[in-house]
Design a protein around this ligand. Structure first.
Ligand code: AMP
Ligand code: MG
Length: 453
């Protein structure tokens, strides 16, 4: 009998579940424009040096450092300007002693130069030999106002300060040497990793295939949004909510609609769907009432692995794996979540999300936790881990408020019944109240798990 089955703790359930999930999904290549938030499947090595050649860190002049030793504003050194290298331009200019080449930031440094003098430390010389733009307004010192676009190259410049050999040159391979590890696997790809890949010439990245999740609601009373509710129907809230949670977790989704409370209806929808999904998420019908047929359906499709978990909300919860394999040769993970919307969303957060993370290639459940002080008294049943819906205190600009120890302040987001969807919708986080505690007084510290920032 179901009643005699032991209740699993949240930790036991999560551990068993992750062991059952198995390996992450196989690797595929994602073009950089599709790579954001995907999980890298292997370490990336660079096949190039970055920078690929020595280039200038400043707008200025490429010089021989020894030509300008001891230069000062009072005793500037005159160099003949023999040419210019622009970013993207050829550096194929020879630099005889006593000469300089005008150079732009990022331009390749001519092989015969060994330093760059910033334009700020130079004074251009006009054709007749006089100084141009000697003083920056108000500075009172000799300094150039910099290069202007389309300004002709001057025939010479005065350098007002010496530089060490190598100054203001970004060396080949200084950022990345060919062969080094650039990006580590098991992490989500963000904008900086996409920029890094592009910088070394990679147009795509090896990532894990995204999980495909089918979401089904069960209940004779359920109607899709927009359908007539009659005198006893209710809108199906779970399916849009769970589909969104899947997408938020990086999964692709298949909307399996609504099934009536019968084994035939459930199997009629689930059986054909197994082929094309990695995960099935059913909400409702997982309890022990006469019309709760989800467990029986899972048993017909495969094996049910867990049943009752000591959490509040969300105690009736089922997990199994299908015998028929999907088109990728994998057993489909079967999740039966409670019908009450708060319980459905909370159990997704606790059990489905870690499984999707694991399939996606992330190493362990990614928990976005924080510490807070509760301003309200928090009650829940003894022996279960409570996940209470809370709002997090903010100032008048909406910024989070933390105390000297970095702790947030939380309040109950509303009534805590598992049917009270308005409290879930108002909540920023779930406050975690341990099994051994049935009541937290105002002022007590509590761990929270962020739902949205
Ligand atoms: P059940 O788990 O099927 O016993 O359902 C528990 C409660 O959740 C009942 O009040 C159902 O009407 C409600 N419920 C079940 N599925 C949904 C759903 N998809 N959307 C909104 N409420 C639901
Ligand atoms: Mg039901």
């Amino acid at each position: 009998m179901v009643k005699s089955e032991p209740m699993l703790s949240v930790d036991e359930a999560q551990e068993m579940l992750l062991a059952a999930v198995g390996d992450p999904l196989p690797r595929e290549f994602a073009a950089l424009e599709d790579a954001l938030d995907r999980v890298l499947a292997e370490s990336i090595e660079s096949s190039r040096d970055l920078p690929a050649w020595d280039n200038s860190a400043m707008d200025g002049y490429a010089v021989h450092a020894e030509d300008i030793v001891g230069a000062t504003p009072e005793r500037p050194v005159r160099l003949s300007v023999v040419g210019e290298v622009r970013a993207g331009g050829s550096p194929d200019i020879d630099l005889p002693p006593g000469c300089a080449v005008r150079i732009a930031t990022g331009a390749r440094v001519p092989a015969s130069a060994d330093a760059v003098v910033p334009v700020e430390n130079t004074i251009a010389v006009e054709a007749g030999g006089g100084r141009l733009s000697a003083d920056a307004p108000g500075s009172g010192s000799l300094s150039s106002t910099g290069f202007r676009a389309n300004e002709p190259i001057q025939e010479a410049c005065f350098v007002t300060s010496g530089v060490n050999p190598g100054a203001h040159i970004r060396r080949r391979g200084e950022d990345v040497c060919a062969g080094v590890h650039l990006l580590e696997p098991h992490r989500r790809v963000g904008p900086a990793q996409i920029a890094m890949a592009a910088a070394v010439g990679l147009g795509s990245l090896p990532v894990h295939r995204r999980p495909v999740a089918g979401v089904l609601s069960t209940g004779d009373e359920l109607r899709s949004v927009g359908q007539d509710l009659g005198d006893s129907g209710i809108s199906d809230a779970n399916r849009p909510g769970l589909l969104a949670m899947c997408r938020e977790s990086g999964a692709l989704t298949v909307d399996l609609g609504i099934a009536a409370d019968s084994l035939e209806a459930l199997l009629g929808t689930l059986r054909p769907a197994l082929e094309r999904v990695d995960v099935v998420i059913v909400s409702g019908g997982v309890s022990v009432g006469p019309y709760d047929v989800v467990r029986a359906a899972f048993e017909a499709l495969g094996r049910v692995e867990l049943w009752r978990v000591a959490i509040q909300p969300g105690k009736p919860f089922a997990f199994g794996r299908s015998m028929p394999r999907n088109s990728d040769g994998r057993q489909v993970l079967l999740f039966g979540l409670p019908g009450n919307p708060v319980s459905a969303l909370a159990t997704f957060h606790l059990f489905v999300r870690p499984a999707l993370d694991r399939l996606s290639g992330l190493p362990s459940p990614t928990v976005d936790a924080d510490r807070a002080i509760t301003e309200d008294r928090m009650c829940k049943s003894a022996g279960k881990r409570g996940f209470l819906r809370v709002t997090v205190g903010r100032d008048e600009h909406g910024s989070l408020v933390r105390d000297g120890q970095g702790r947030l302040r939380v309040r109950l987001a509303g009534r805590q019944g598992s049917h009270v969807l308005s409290a879930m919708a108002a909540a920023d986080a779930l406050a975690v109240v341990p099994e051994a505690i049935d009541e937290l007084e105002p002022g007590a510290e509590v761990e929270i798990r962020w739902l949205r920032r």
